[in-house]
Design a protein around this ligand. Structure first.
Ligand code: T5A
Length: 208
């Protein structure tokens, strides 16, 4: 049986990951692939409880290191219980955010050293990395306007400079790693999905 592939969707707040997730899944299914959809933080019962802990608005501050360790605690559950078993069965796993988000938010946003994140990445994932990452890029102000009417979770309440650092980190990683494909997601939805379709069709074609 062929191994599955691991595809992640990344971007800042309100860039359209949720909007485009279904499109990605449908496109892969049109290619006849067996697709599993999941998300981080979350994806398994324990990891979803940790997600709630991470995103719930609270009075006492969560220190950056605790936030980092909780992200990776959930990831350990998710990788062992869902991601690895699905890939081993030949399924294609589509995940809404993964470790690039940790480099962007806890690294770029909170200022934690990349080397500390890399240590945990190695410990929790071993050699597992996404095969393809679609990074939806939108200027912070435009993305903020898109979600202005929503109730914001703990991380969404951060200041603009935090999200500028998150975006800068994502862009830097997209330049560094060829698996990360940057899509201009400030464009209208038809254009964004046409770009995503091109990336996916090429990736599926080269994975045969
Ligand atoms: N996190 C996560 C970390 O800090 N470290 C980590 O390691 C990980 C894994 C998770 C939070 O956790 C943090 C990051 C996050 O703060 P989340 O739910 O995954 O939270 O992420 P959010 O960004 O909060 O997800 P959202 O649902 O808020 O945003 P989306 O999914 O990016 O945006 P979406 O699809 O809901 O779209 C927003 C609005 O824009 C419109 C949509 O219709 C919608 O109204 N829209 C467009 N409008 C115009 N043109 C387009 N092209 C549009 N595309 C979408």
């Amino acid at each position: 049986m062929a191994d599955g592939r691991f595809i992640t969707l990344e971007g800042g707040e309100g860039v359209g990951k949720t909007t485009n997730l279904e499109f990605v899944v449908d496109r892969l299914k049109q290619h006849g692939l067996d697709v599993v959809v999941t998300r981080e933080p979350g994806g398994t019962p324990v990891a979803e409880e940790l997600r709630d802990l991470l995103l719930r608005v609270r009075d006492d501050e969560m220190v950056p290191l605790a936030e980092l360790l909780l992200m990776f605690a959930g990831r350990a559950q998710h990788v062992e219980q869902l991601v690895k078993p699905a890939l081993a069965k030949g399924q294609w796993v589509v995940c809404d955010r993964f470790t690039d988000a940790t480099y962007a938010y806890q690294g770029g946003g909170r200022g934690i050293d990349d080397r500390q994140i890399a240590l945990l990445e190695e410990m929790v994932q071993g050699p597992l990395r996404p095969d393809l990452t679609i990074y939806l890029d939108v200027p912070v102000q435009i993305a903020a306007e898109r979600i202005a009417g929503r109730e914001h979770d703990r991380i969404e309440r951060e200041r603009v400079e935090f999200f500028e650092s998150v975006r800068a980190t994502y862009i830097a990683r997209a330049r560094e790693y060829s698996r990360i494909q940057l899509v201009d997601a400030a464009a209208d939805i038809e254009q964004v999905q046409a770009d995503i379709a091109l990336i996916l069709d090429y990736f599926v074609g080269s994975a045969d």
